[in-house]
Design a protein around this ligand. Structure first.
Ligand SMILES: [Zn+2]
Length: 332
């Protein structure tokens, strides 16, 4: 539910793109490329995000990354994903939003075994007028599996309020809505995403843990959160993994999914996210299975699709438990 296409390119595929465009003076080897993705703070992360975007210059590159990201998800045993794409970030290379979407869709369609829907990230930094245009453009091609919109970018510099009309319009056009909030800015940005933008879901929401009344509101209204624990650690939103407020969200009964955000930029897989939670918060395998099943309810799938996916996962979890039992039996 919270995965950025341009932040999920497998490193080997990014390396290929860098070579395609004649290399980079700072990156002599694949090892240098890995080192590039270590951040001093959130602004440094955004800077690196922008640096990496310069290697996406042609529609062909979007088809290439979409296919490689889809294959990587499949390799991780991920069956369904709602993936952010930020087409407006690439207008500087003369690329058109709709053609970027066609290219991404073509890339995804090369990997039939996984279902991927798109959330278009309307970038805060370009302002609401510019992104209103992007919204009209994506509306004309929404049949290419575009399910929703969100706002990402520099949350601390561009608060949500000016985007309220944009969200209203998006809703009227039938898009689902989410917003990055409570990551680089405090609980006030989550309040604004909920009360001004009326977002259906909140991305990150980490700093809502500082505001009891907000937690109560999210609990009463079943606001689904797209949690990204390792991302928050890598960008310095939290300094220690133990500070991650996962127990708070559980205690308040707030629905959530666990996500990787930008796995290429943070070096994390979804399994590692679950492993970190298991290790640091004493969750059992059953707890983790519960998180996975509950997260299906926070997707924008239809009720039928949710039931189908839930059944698929339940069957696999039961099979896994059976296999573990018989392995233990053999060992005895
Ligand atoms: Zn994000």
């Amino acid at each position: 539910m919270h995965l950025h296409l341009e932040g999920a390119i497998p490193l080997r595929s990014l390396w290929e793109l860098i070579q395609k465009y004649g290399g980079d003076p700072d990156i002599d080897s694949f090892r240098d490329l890995k080192k590039k993705f270590v951040y001093q703070d959130f602004d440094h992360f955004i800077e690196t995000w922008i640096w990496k975007n310069q290697f996406l210059r042609e529609y062909e590159d979007f088809k290439f990354i979409a296919e490689h990201v889809a294959r990587n998800l499949l390799y991780q045993n991920i069956r369904y994903a709602e993936v952010f794409a930020s087409p407006s970030s690439f207008q500087q290379y003369g690329l058109k939003t709709q053609d970027i979407i066609f290219a991404i869709h073509e890339g995804f369609m090369r990997v039939k075994e996984i279902k991927i829907r798109l959330i278009i990230d309307l970038v805060r930094n370009y302002g609401p007028e510019q992104e209103m245009k992007t919204l009209s453009e994506i509306n004309e091609v929404k049949q290419f599996d575009i399910i929703g919109i969100g706002i990402g970018g520099s949350e601390n510099l561009y608060p949500p309020e000016p985007f309220s009309r944009l969200y209203e319009k998006a809703r009227a056009l039938g898009f689902k809505t989410t917003a990055h909030a409570g990551e680089a800015a405090g609980p006030e940005s989550i309040r604004s995403a909920l009360f001004t933008l009326k977002a259906d879901r909140i991305g990150h929401a980490t700093r809502s843990a500082e505001d009891v009344r907000l937690l109560e509101y999210m609990s009463e209204n079943h606001i689904p959160l797209e949690l990204c624990p390792l991302s928050n650690l890598k960008t310095g939103v939290i300094t220690d993994y133990k500070d991650y407020p996962i127990r708070t969200f559980i205690d308040y009964g707030i629905p959530f999914s666990i996500n990787t955000d930008d796995p290429m930029m943070f070096g994390n897989s979804l399994a590692e996210e679950y492993e970190m939670l298991e290790r640091n918060f004493d969750f059992s395998k059953q707890d983790i299975a519960g998180f996975i099943l509950n997260s299906i309810q926070t997707t924008w799938l239809s009720e039928d699709e949710k039931s189908y996916l839930t059944k698929q996962f339940q069957d696999e979890i039961l099979l896994l438990i059976d296999n573990q039992k018989s392995d233990r039996h053999k060992e005895e």
